[in-house]
Design a protein around this ligand. Structure first.
Ligand SMILES: CC(C)(COP(=O)(O)OP(=O)(O)OC[C@H]1O[C@@H](n2cnc3c(N)ncnc32)[C@H](O)[C@@H]1OP(=O)(O)O)[C@@H](O)C(=O)NCCC(=O)NCCS
Length: 213
């Protein structure tokens, strides 16, 4: 069982939270995003923002509102990239200077079999690794594709299609490679990532490092 901290390089800063019944404040501009959402969603959004602010603080940035873009993506301060996930009483945000990473995507999903219609959309006819006790590969594929989705440019997102991503898993190394359609490739055609189980969750992270100059 691993944590995002152990899965990601040290120059990616992480903040996590688990549910202790706590709330978190929203800053100006953020509340509008979830104005019409349920109280549960508003709280979840706020706790994700709280993780993001703590992570940005550890990077040395001042407290700031993190608004959402038109496709739901968090809008990070200049010079920073990052990602947020929340699932079943767990929240996490990962941030890094843009000088280190072009993009990050993190995701947490329940380590459960997927409902048949979702499985069809996400896995299709692709073959999965040999069954292993304690891990549902289809949930890993789903989460890895979600992490890959979050690590991509928002303007490419309308092109996103779960089956359009060819995913290969390395169960021994706990890594994955997500191969994108040519039209969607930015700045790489293949995005690398890592996965792990953590309690009832599958955690995945996709990282696009800045290429050396
Ligand atoms: C957006 C999406 C990736 C969120 O993933 P999820 O597993 O449902 O939820 P998570 O808690 O892990 O992540 C939610 C966070 O992702 C981030 N996010 C949302 N949209 C995003 C985007 N377009 N890019 C990057 N990050 C995004 C947000 O920070 C969001 O939390 P917030 O709204 O509180 O800020 C997912 O709902 C989705 O839409 N996937 C793509 C599905 C798709 O395109 N299918 C088409 C083929 S069937």
């Amino acid at each position: 069982m691993k944590s995002f901290r152990e899965m990601l390089p040290s120059d990616v800063v992480l903040a996590t939270a688990s549910d202790e019944g706590q709330d978190a404040p929203l800053l100006d501009g953020e509340a509008e995003t979830v104005l019409n959402a349920s109280p549960k969603r508003q709280r979840s959004f706020a706790l994700g923002r709280d993780c993001a602010r703590r992570a940005l603080g550890d990077l040395g940035l001042d407290v700031c509102a993190i608004l959402s873009g038109p496709r739901g993506e968090p809008l990070w301060p200049q010079g920073v990239t990052g990602s947020i996930t929340h699932r079943s009483g767990f929240w996490a945000a990962a941030v890094a200077p843009s000088s280190v990473c072009l993009a990050i995507g993190i995701d947490a999903e329940l380590n459960h079999p997927l409902p048949a219609p979702l499985r069809e959309k996400v896995v299709g006819e692709a073959s999965l690794p040999t069954p292993l006790t304690g891990i549902h590969w289809e949930a890993v594929v789903f989460s890895a594709k979600e992490a890959t989705f979050k690590a991509r440019r928002p303007e490419q997102i309308s092109l996103f299609d779960f089956l359009g991503i060819e995913l290969s898993l390395d169960p021994r190394r706990q890594t994955f490679q997500a191969r994108l359609n040519e039209a969607e490739a930015w700045p790489l055609r293949t995005i690398s990532g890592v996965f792990a189980t953590a309690g009832t969750l599958i955690l995945t992270a996709a990282l696009i490092p800045r290429p050396p100059p």
